[in-house]
Design a protein around this ligand. Structure first.
Ligand SMILES: CC(C)(COP(=O)(O)OP(=O)(O)OC[C@H]1O[C@@H](n2cnc3c(N)ncnc32)[C@H](O)[C@@H]1OP(=O)(O)O)[C@@H](O)C(=O)NCCC(=O)NCCS
Length: 188
């Protein structure tokens, strides 16, 4: 999985407003770039995740998101990648997605996670749309992600976006999903 780099950078003083998102149930969110001020909200969001979700996202078991880890997650060098959050009306983070450029090959590795209480409302798809837009703007050819083979939710989620999948020969039990950016994101 991508490891967030901790490198100094120049960023806006406050989070951007980002894009408005209205989900199928009529609730309003904003999708915006992650910001260093998000550290406490990221730590709270982590507490709402299930242990299984954390394992699916990180491939590890973690009981809490330390302030150091949250700071690394919230501080992305734009030369290396991009990260976005979905924020609700109260300012709470309800989902997060990011990619990091491959050093060679013209693609980037992505990862995504959403609040389990809001599963199936379209937050994951909105985050992927934002990642894809930014990846295309940067001229990337594809996004790829590693997924545990038993993570049927993510595999179905990826399939519905139009991703193809292939076994990871060097990592048994892991599947690689790939979104070709020359094609439109599949709607349904
Ligand atoms: C996978 C995950 C990101 C999906 O997020 P989400 O916000 O529930 O997804 P959305 O509501 O945007 O759903 C998008 C599509 O996936 C489908 N989908 C979502 N969850 C699904 C499930 N459990 N079973 C079948 N399909 C599912 C939806 O039906 C929807 O399809 P549609 O837009 O064509 O109607 C979320 O479940 C998650 O955080 N999982 C744990 C973290 C993880 O595994 N990350 C992967 C590491 S890269």
């Amino acid at each position: 999985m991508p490891t967030p780099p901790a490198r100094p950078q120049r960023l806006p003083h406050a989070p951007t407003r980002g894009r408005a998102l209205r989900t199928r149930d009529g609730a309003c969110y904003r999708v915006r770039a992650i910001h260093p001020q998000d550290v406490p909200a990221l730590q709270r969001a982590f507490q709402r995740l299930s242990p299984e979700q954390v394992r699916q996202r990180t491939f590890h078991r973690m009981n809490e998101l330390s302030i150091e880890a949250a700071t690394r997650f919230a501080t992305v060098d734009p030369a290396l990648g991009a990260a976005y959050v979905v924020v609700d009306a109260a300012g709470e983070i309800r989902g997060e997605a990011r990619f990091f450029h491959d050093p060679v090959g013209g693609g980037a590795e992505f990862a995504v996670i959403t609040d389990p209480a809001l599963s199936g409302r379209g937050l994951g798809r909105a985050l992927m749309r934002r990642l894809v837009d930014e990846a295309r703007r940067r001229g990337l050819s594809h996004l790829w992600g590693t997924v545990l083979a038993q993570n049927t939710q993510m595999l179905e989620f990826s399939r519905r976006l139009g991703a193809t999948r292939e076994a990871c020969l060097d990592e048994p039990g892991v599947v690689r999903v790939r979104l070709d950016l020359s094609r439109r994101l599949r709607r349904h």
